[in-house]
Design a protein around this ligand. Structure first.
Ligand code: AMP
Ligand code: GLY
Length: 422
């Protein structure tokens, strides 16, 4: 089979390494891929948002199956465009990807179907948003409606910060069109859990739970990032929480989307907060999480491509999806300065014997050498029987990888380990 994977980050590298294990796979093309993915797939310089380019490439190369991994092409309708020329895909169509593409949509969906989430109001008019800020208690949360590279959320400690967030989004051009409509929502407190789930629109199969570490610095300090590391499973996702999530969140969401004529097929990501009133949805993503995928897929024992094709063909209920009971840890190594200004072009050295455990995100090949080309450069991933050992061995990998200005958090998994003693 000829497989095409749209995207070029650590998540795509994890997907490609997993899909490659299927013996029927002859070739994998990554559009655009990256310098590290080039070891596992043929990278083609077509951007993930270039839908026409992707479709043309897929047709010319007689692709048998396409996996669209990032949010942008999904929201732009890449799956619809590929299916229109007869190429089966993993990923939701445009109508369903709106669950991530518009927070106003997803909040409205949750309200309509009674799915637990933070209380909120949506505003398209800045003066109305500003007068609402007079009525509420603080802290509060201001969110851009559209896609904003995972950065469109501002936690405002007081009214002054909230006013500034609203103004910079609605009239200041921060996040462009995505920020012209905002959501102002209740600030929730509790540990966060990420659950990625396979769904074919009827059946929903949650994968092993995970915990992201979104802040740039140790002890959850510093700016929000795309994610500085992950562990799986997440110890806050107990059997009781799991059951509530299935009955009150996962199934109702999949059923709601079908009922709205927006059947969701692909990987639906539930960003949850376990509050004292039970689990609530913080956000939905229409795709695999990054860097959650880097700890979830190494624990998948079933064949990924087989499961993905069962999703596409709506046979998920008859397909086994089995996870190992081991634990995994991913430590992201970033360029110093990320998520703000950072330099690129530094040579990366990864010892040959650990390459299988490295998922490359922001790296390019220049003059035959692998060099840094992005903020999040790579993820070092390890699995073990016990979470503490997975963490220790992930950091041992980090010690063996070198590039100038490498920055990483030292406490990935610490909160998960502390919870185990609770
Ligand atoms: P999001 O992009 O929606 O995942 O938000 C980014 C991060 O902001 C989340 O992972 C949470 O840590 C935080 N956040 C978002 N919404 C809320 C909320 N209503 N209450 C508290 N924290 C929130
Ligand atoms: N790790 C969060 C995300 O993928 O959006």
């Amino acid at each position: 089979m000829k497989i095409l994977v749209v995207g070029g980050g650590g998540r795509e590298h994890a997907i490609i390494k997993s899909v490659k294990q299927n013996k029927q796979v002859e070739v994998i093309y990554a559009l655009p891929g990256n310098g590290g993915i080039a070891n596992d797939a043929i990278c083609v310089d077509i951007g993930a948002k270039d839908i026409d380019g992707i479709v043309r490439f897929a047709k010319e190369n007689r692709i048998d199956y396409a996996i669209v991994a990032p949010d942008d092409p999904l929201v732009l309708g890449a799956v619809d465009a590929l299916e229109a020329v007869g190429i089966p895909c993993f990923g939701p169509n445009k109508a369903a990807a709106i669950i991530e593409g518009s927070k106003a949509f997803s909040k409205e969906l949750m309200k309509k179907y009674g799915i637990p989430t933070a209380k909120y109001e949506t505003f398209s008019d800045e003066s109305e948003a500003l007068s609402y800020l007079e009525e509420i208690t603080y802290p509060t949360v201001v969110k851009a409606d559209g896609l904003a590279l995972g950065k469109g959320v501002i936690i405002a400690a007081d009214k002054k910060e909230a006013v500034s967030a609203v103004k910079s989004m609605m009239s200041g051009g921060m996040f462009g069109e995505s920020g012209k409509r905002v959501i102002i929502e209740e600030f929730l407190v509790g540990p966060e859990v990420s659950v990625l789930a396979f769904t074919d629109g009827k059946c929903v199969v949650p994968m092993i739970s995970s915990m992201d570490h979104k802040r740039a610095r140790d002890n959850d300090e510093g700016l929000n990032t795309g994610g500085m590391g992950t562990v799986a499973p997440n110890p806050y996702y107990t059997d009781d929480v799991k059951e509530v999530c299935m009955n009150k969140i996962f199934l109702p969401t999949v059923n709601a989307m079908r009922n709205e004529g927006r059947t969701f097929k692909g990987c639906l990501y539930f960003g949850l907060m376990i509050t004292k009133d039970g689990p609530k949805v913080i956000e939905y993503n229409c795709r695999f999480g990054d860097p959650e995928t880097q700890v979830v897929l190494p624990l998948l024992e079933s064949d990924l491509l087989t499961v993905m094709m069962a999703v596409t063909e709506e046979r998920l209920a008859d397909t086994e999806v089995r996870f190992s009971d081991r634990a995994a840890c991913c430590v992201i190594m970033a360029s110093n300065g990320y998520p703000e200004k950072y330099e690129k072009g530094y040579e990366i050295t990864i010892p040959e014997e650990i390459k299988d455990q490295v998922y490359v995100a922001g790296a390019a090949v220049k003059d035959g050498r692998l060099v840094t080309s992005g903020g999040r450069v790579l993820g070092a991933v390890s699995t073990a029987e016990k979470l503490e050992d997975a963490i220790l061995s992930a950091y041992k990998l980090v010690d063996k990888i070198r590039f100038e200005g490498a920055y990483y958090r030292h406490d990935i998994g610490a909160r998960a380990l502390a919870c185990k003693g609770e």
